[in-house]
Write a protein that binds this ligand. Structure first.
Ligand code: F6P
Length: 361
């Protein structure tokens, strides 16, 4: 009988997931003669035994397709899983034993988990129970310490830059301040890179609580002497000093909080202090959709190949990572131990300061 491995995609989707699935299926099938089983909707598919066969024909034409053919879920943690209780209401249960049983029943000899830190953290716990896991890092937030780049991040930055370029011309025509809210929950990589690449006047990120009076005085100075319009890029996780994240929905046992409103809040604070004409554009999930950039296709392909090699070599508990142009592998514990955040004295902040970009501190 042919050996079987599984693959799932967890957490928020991003461009490049399908490219990773394609690489895994092609390399596993062609090089090692494995059968690949797709687990649908992250760990939900492992719990509910929803799977799909992934022959070579299933991955034809996938390289440039956005999203994930396997589906994903933000509410599929086997250790805190939402199930319907006896009285019909939703309760949280530990369904990890069932997931392990299903993994064994499927005859899998390994599981490739494509995900960010939350999903890799779950993978680590499943590994402690006996699942042979290898990880591929993805998230548009690029906040995994283990790797310089995660799948999806570069595409998200490109999308944000294109959008901000367009906001520039309309801001200029109307003498407006346009705030562009980009994704970035705990890390401001998208905001910093997109803001610097598109010439934003101010960039506000989750790592640095901003001083609204400082932001406003920079805008006043600029509008008096230089220019009558401004672009501000704000990460969804950015907040004024002394305040909390702007949230749309609080976290519960099964999912993290839904952020949103950082741009509108900033607009309100500026309007309270000035007579500037302020507008907000929220890029939202546009940053996560559509075709991946060439960089992300290649990164996903290289990660997919590396993950299959790791499984084939029995090197479980490892995550593929990109460092200095090379794909290496690191322990999942290391990949999930610490968030990678923008440093106040790091190169991006220094570059921004050299150009007089307002960072709110
Ligand atoms: O982690 C990636 C991310 O895009 C974050 O930047 C954002 O906060 C979150 O996912 C949004 O998740 P959802 O699609 O569940 O609202």
């Amino acid at each position: 009988m042919r050996r079987r491995i599984g693959i799932l995609t967890g957490g928020g989707d991003c461009p490049g997931l399908n490219a990773a699935i394609r690489a895994v299926v092609k390399h596993a099938t062609i090089t090692y003669g494995f059968d690949v089983v797709g687990i649908c909707d992250a760990f939900k598919g492992l719990y509910e035994c929803e799977t799909m066969p992934l022959p070579l024909s299933a991955v034809r034409g996938l390289l440039d397709r956005g999203g994930t053919i396997l589906g994903s879920s933000n509410r599929a943690n086997p250790f805190a899983y939402p199930v319907v209780g006896v009285d019909g209401t939703e309760v949280v249960a530990d369904v990890s034993e069932r997931c392990l049983e299903n993994y064994r029943d499927l005859g899998l000899e390994g599981l490739i988990v494509v995900g960010g830190d939350g999903t890799q953290g779950i993978a680590l716990r499943m590994m402690a129970m006996g699942v042979e896991v290898v990880g591929i890092p993805k998230t548009i937030d690029n906040d995994l310490e283990a790797t310089e780049y995660t799948i999806g991040y570069q595409t998200a930055v490109n999308i944000a830059v294109n959008a901000i370029d367009r906001l520039h011309s309309t801001a200029e025509s109307h003498d407006r301040i346009i705030i562009c809210e980009v994704m970035g929950r705990y890390a401001g990589w998208i905001a910093m890179n997109a803001g610097l690449s598109s010439g934003a006047e101010a960039i506000l990120i989750p790592e640095i609580d901003y001083d609204i009076d400082k932001v406003v005085s920079t805008l006043r100075r600029r509008h008096k002497s230089e220019c009558s319009f401004s672009i501000i890029v704000v990460a969804e996780g950015a907040k004024p000093r002394g305040e909390d994240f702007s949230t749309k929905r609080e976290a519960d046992a099964t999912q993290q909080a839904q952020l949103g409103g950082a741009g509108d809040h900033l607009a309100r604070l500026i309007r309270e202090r000035t007579s500037f004409d302020v507008r907000t554009t929220v890029l939202g999930h546009v940053q996560r959709g559509g075709t991946p950039s060439a960089f992300d296709r290649l990164l996903a392909t290289r990660f997919g190949v590396a993950a299959v090699d790791l499984l084939a070599a029995g090197k479980y508990g490892r995550v593929a990572a990109y460092r200095g142009g090379e794909v290496v592998d690191v322990a999942i514990e290391q990949a999930t131990a610490k968030l990678k955040q923008v440093q106040r004295d790091g190169p991006l902040v220094l570059a921004a300061r050299s150009l007089n970009v307002e960072l709110g501190f």
